[in-house]
Design a protein around this ligand. Structure first.
Ligand SMILES: Cc1cc2nc3c(=O)[nH]c(=O)nc-3n(C[C@H](O)[C@H](O)[C@H](O)COP(=O)(O)OP(=O)(O)OC[C@H]3O[C@@H](n4cnc5c(N)ncnc54)[C@H](O)[C@@H]3O)c2cc1C
Length: 392
């Protein structure tokens, strides 16, 4: 019997069509040639070069879903999803993906969706061109999951606001030129008094207090920021005053979906690497993949990945067609982030001692994957959302 090796790679699955294939191939070639070979060096340096934003912009990847009038490609979220999935599958670095996507898909969407024309010209256009780098600042030392508990204060003064407070765990926090920053604009607590201001690095009183050392995502910069009497002009208010919670919610769906899509790409990568290794590595005179225990590990990995992909693509299809998808996106985020962590761990087990060594990239996959159940809304928060959706 001839056995055809099938690692589960199916490039054309709904909601994607043949028309997306060319982009997938282009991204895959670019990432394999210009990102993957450099990842080890960037991980050691604890950052990737700033030039990478410009290079990705040059190829159109930072502006896939934005209109041509702003320098984008005029595509949609499906094009962006291909970029994110292939970046994870061919790149193998959570840090690089985080740095690029925190800019293009987390910091810029609120400016595109809620910004005035002038604001789009100031931050979106240079952002798509890779000339200015953005970050999204919501989390604070005292408030993560509890977004309504933020205390960074923006006090109304003549001509604008004075901002005092701090942010932490901000991806691109050290290098960002602009920060889409959640502030309290009322004395009362709760969701109602949050507004978004765009803070710029050169504003007096804006300080990067620390670059944080992390378990994974080493090639991304994660910063802690402090604001002392930062004068922010009124024209930097994004959307309506006290209407910031709507903006946060609008962003969360896409951020969580992106994390799910990235995990789908990462799982595919791990399965391909692991199957190749299991066929090559020999023990007791035969390839380890011929041992039942290893075959079953791989079968489990493939099944988990397939289930995670189906859930994610379904959520993506609902999101793309404008349907209510909070439930599906929350499920996809919850399932994929645990699945990729388990798959990375199984892959490490199959690689034995070599998996524990840095050069194979498997230990990095485990470390990078551990953030998934925490970032962008924890597992517990996803379960809360799902439980409440069911009327509990
Ligand atoms: C590497 C990295 C990059 C990040 N990038 C950004 C960024 O760019 N911008 C940004 O704004 N933030 C960013 N974050 C922050 C991230 O979104 C938060 O870490 C996350 O929202 C969780 O908040 P927390 O860490 O304060 O945990 P906490 O909210 O303190 O939670 C601690 C534990 O308590 C549980 N918990 C909390 N509330 C409940 C509840 N109601 N019910 C049950 N359990 C609960 C949590 O699930 C968790 O297990 C980043 C974080 C990391 C680590």
């Amino acid at each position: 019997m001839t056995v055809v090796k099938d690692t589960g790679q199916r490039s054309v699955l709904p909601p994607f069509g043949e028309e997306h294939e060319e982009l997938r191939q282009t991204v895959s070639r670019f990432v394999a040639k210009e990102i993957a070979p450099n990842v080890d060096e960037w991980e050691t340096a604890r950052e990737f070069p700033r030039d990478l934003y410009r290079r990705c912009a040059e190829l159109g990847f930072l502006g896939l879903k934005y209109p041509e009038e702003y320098g984008g490609q005029g595509g949609d979220h499906l094009h962006d999803a291909i970029w994110v999935e292939e970046l994870a599958r061919s790149g193998g670095s959570g840090g690089v993906a985080a740095g690029l996507n925190a800019h293009a898909s987390i910091a810029m969407p609120p400016i595109f969706n809620f910004g005035t024309e002038e604001q789009k010209q100031r931050w979106l256009v240079p952002g798509i061109a890779g000339e200015k780098i953005g970050a999204l600042g919501i989390t604070e030392p005292g408030a993560g999951s509890d977004v309504a508990g933020i205390t960074t204060k923006a006090e109304r003064v003549d001509g604008g606001y004075v901002v005092n407070g701090s942010k932490t765990f901000i991806t691109n926090g050290v290098r960002a030129d602009f920060l889409v920053c959640a502030c309290k604009t009322t004395q009362e607590g709760g969701h109602g008094g949050i507004s978004f201001l765009v803070l710029e690095r050169e504003m007096p009183g804006y300080e990067v207090s620390r670059k944080l050392e992390k378990m994974g995502w080493h090639s991304s910069d994660t910063g802690e920021l402090a604001f002392t009497d930062v004068a922010v002009p009124a024209e930097n208010l994004l959307g309506e005053e006290n209407g910031g919670f709507k903006l946060i919610m609008a962003n969360f769906a896409w951020e969580r979906l992106l994390m799910a899509i990235g995990a789908v790409g990462a799982m595919q990568r791990l399965i391909e690497i692991t199957v190749a290794y299991a066929l090559e590595r020999e023990a007791f005179g035969r390839p380890i993949g011929k041992f039942q225990a290893i075959r079953h590990h791989v079968a489990e990995m493939a099944t988990k990945a397939e289930a995670a992909r189906a859930l994610t693509y379904n959520a993506l299809r609902l999101f793309h067609t404008g349907q209510d998808c909070i439930r599906d996106v929350s499920m996809a985020k919850l399932v994929t982030q645990r699945a990729v962590l388990e798959i990375a761990d199984q892959s490490l087990q199959i690689h034995g001692g070599y998996g524990y060594m840095r050069e194979y990239g498997i230990e990095r996959a485990v470390r990078d994957a551990r953030l998934g159940p925490i970032g962008g809304g924890t597992d517990e928060v996803m379960k809360e959302i799902l439980g409440k959706q069911m009327g509990l």
